[in-house]
Design a protein. Structure first.
Length: 190
C-alpha cells in the first residue's frame, strides 16, 4: 500500500512538473529570458554590462568570476523586472509620449549643460550612449516615475510609500513567476 501511494505521488509530481514545463515560455536563441512573451535579448544585457564596465572602471571583474556573475545576474534581474513593470503600465493606465521624453531631455540639457546640445551629446559619447539609447533611458525613467506615483498614490510618509511599492513589486513578481523563463546560465537568484 505504501509503495502504491509513493508511486502515485511520484506520478502526480511528474505530471505536474511536465505541465509546468509546458506552460513556461521557450527562450529563443540570442535571448537571456522571456517575460510573458516579451524577449529579453542578449544584446540588451550586453549593453547593460558595457555600461556597468564604464561605471566600475578598472575595478570591473573578469568574465567568469563570481563578482562578474553577480553583476550579470543583477543586470538580468533588472531587465526581467523592468519588462514586468513595463507590461503593467497599460493595466495601470500609465503612458509616456515621445513629446514628454523630449521635454525631459530639454530639462536635462538646460539643468546640466546650460541648454547646449553639443555638450549633451559629448556627455552621451563619453558614456558610450547613442541618442536613441538616451531617449530610451529617459522614457524608462519617466514611465517608472509615473508607475510609482500611481502605485503609491497619496501616501503620507516615505516609509508608507516604500512599503506600498515593495508590496506591489512582490505581488507583481509572484504573478509573473510562471510567465518568466531564463536561458540556461542566466537564472538569477532573488
Amino acid at each position: 500500500m505504501r509503495r502504491l501511494l509513493l508511486l502515485l505521488a511520484l506520478a502526480t509530481a511528474s505530471v505536474a512538473a511536465s505541465a509546468a514545463r509546458a506552460e513556461a515560455p521557450a527562450v529563443p536563441p540570442g535571448a537571456v529570458a522571456v517575460v510573458a512573451g516579451e524577449t529579453v535579448t542578449r544584446a540588451r544585457l550586453d549593453e547593460l554590462l558595457v555600461s556597468a564596465r564604464r561605471s566600475y572602471g578598472t575595478r570591473y571583474p573578469a568574465r567568469g568570476t563570481p563578482a562578474f556573475r553577480r553583476i550579470q545576474g543583477e543586470a538580468v534581474r533588472f531587465l526581467v523586472d523592468w519588462a514586468e513593470i513595463r507590461q503593467q503600465s497599460g493595466t495601470l493606465g500609465v503612458e509616456v509620449t515621445p513629446s514628454q521624453v523630449s521635454a525631459r531631455i530639454a530639462e536635462i540639457k538646460q539643468l546640466y549643460f546650460g541648454g547646449s546640445d553639443r555638450l549633451y551629446r559629448q556627455e552621451l559619447a563619453r558614456q558610450g550612449l547613442t541618442t536613441g539609447q538616451a531617449r530610451a533611458n529617459v522614457r524608462r525613467q519617466l514611465l517608472g516615475e509615473r508607475i510609482y506615483a500611481t502605485v503609491v498614490g497619496d501616501t503620507v510618509s516615505d516609509a508608507a510609500a516604500a512599503a506600498s511599492w515593495a508590496d506591489w513589486l512582490t505581488a507583481l513578481h509572484a504573478r509573473y513567476a510562471p510567465l518568466v523563463a531564463y536561458a540556461p546560465g542566466f537564472e538569477p537568484s532573488r
